[in-house]
Design a protein around this ligand. Structure first.
Ligand code: NAP
Length: 299
């Protein structure tokens, strides 16, 4: 089975940023700066926060970590996002998940100004994504898209896999991964089936697919019996097994007997997502002069 690793692409994306960062510094007198909001300091997101912070530091991008006041509930949380949105010290804002139940609402995402919303969650960015029919419009326009979905697309392209004409099953329909990814793949002329907890006979749907993309969040969920021989597997899941080891949604050993190619976890989609996020933070700093109040100007 071919391994679709993501570290090389991640390094390539990051290696293209120093000149852009220097240009931002020359123009605004400071490097790009990213505010990271992490609600649960003890969740696995702390690991990703420290990786992002270290990668940004290496590139000379400023980061600041915010831990919302949990006693203040959702209102205090949104107030923090709005304050960061208005603070000219930050070009970009990244919201780590998980968030408490009930926090992931339109009002929360729209507390982020679209111009700083580097994970593309606010309604303006989402709307622009879903109105775009071609991936080229999505990649070059002055708005932001969910980084994980974009990372999957970039990883496929890097490994020379063209989704056009493929039947692709995406398991997981969250606003940050499954839904935007299904739209991006459709814009690349794939035929996409989006599965979720209410889908009937998921194994049959997955077995009929040329490519399966899982973003379910359950270790060992995808068994080899659920894949067609020779299928491609992109595992977005980031879970921890009983021994505390990071793993994806797939039983990797099992599927490696069936799949033609698969992403590893760790070392697959994750590093590319991080690079896409950092690239988006640089793009936010580049867009700053074009910023309109509460939105961004399309380029
Ligand atoms: P989420 O918001 O919890 O959504 C999970 C989705 O999976 C939901 O749509 C849910 O269906 C579906 N689902 C759950 N159990 C299922 C089952 N047994 N059968 C079918 N569908 C099922 O999660 P998320 O934020 O999208 O993240 C998904 C996974 O990706 C997590 O492991 C997360 O850590 C990982 N992730 C990785 C990266 C990366 O860079 N590698 C980035 C982001 C997230 P319903 O809608 O019906 O509930």
């Amino acid at each position: 089975m071919r391994i679709l690793e993501g570290k090389t692409l991640s390094a390539r994306i990051l290696a293209a940023l120093p000149a852009r960062i220097e240009a931002v510094k020359a123009r605004q007198g400071r490097p790009p700066s990213l505010a990271i909001v992490n609600y649960f300091p003890d969740s696995p997101s702390a690991v990703y926060v420290s990786r992002k912070t270290a990668a940004c530091a290496k590139l000379g991008i400023t980061t600041k970590l915010f831990r919302p006041d949990q006693a203040g509930g959702i209102q205090a949380f949104r107030t923090l996002l709005a304050a960061l949105g208005a603070d000219t010290a930050y070009d970009a804002i990244m919201l780590e998940r998980p968030l408490p139940d009930g926090f992931e609402t339109l009002e929360t995402w729209d507390s982020l100004p679209a111009a700083k919303d580097v994970d593309g969650l606010s309604s303006l960015n989402m709307g622009r994504l879903f109105i775009s029919k071609k991936l080229s419009e999505i990649e070059t326009a002055g708005f932001f898209v969910p980084c994980t979905a974009l990372a999957v697309i970039r990883l496929l392209e890097f490994h020379g896999i063209a989704p056009s004409g493929m039947n692709i099953a995406v398991a997981g329909r969250s606003a940050v991964v499954g839904r935007p990814l299904a739209h991006m793949l459709t814009s690349l002329d794939a035929t996409v089936t989006l599965c979720h907890t209410r889908s009937r006979d998921i194994p049959a749907i997955l077995r009929a697919a040329d490519m399966v993309i899982t973003a379910v969040g359950r270790a060992g969920w995808l068994k080899k019996e659920m894949l067609a021989p020779g299928a491609l597997l992109i595992d977005v899941g980031t879970n921890f097994d009983a021994a505390g080891k990071m793993c994806g949604d797939a039983d990797f050993e099992g599927i490696s007997q069936v799949a033609a190619a698969a992403t590893p976890v760790p070392g697959g989609v994750g590093p590319v997502t991080m690079a896409c996020l950092i690239e988006a933070a640089v793009k936010a700093a580049e867009l700053t002069p074009k910023m309109e109040k509460g939105g961004i100007t399309l380029t």
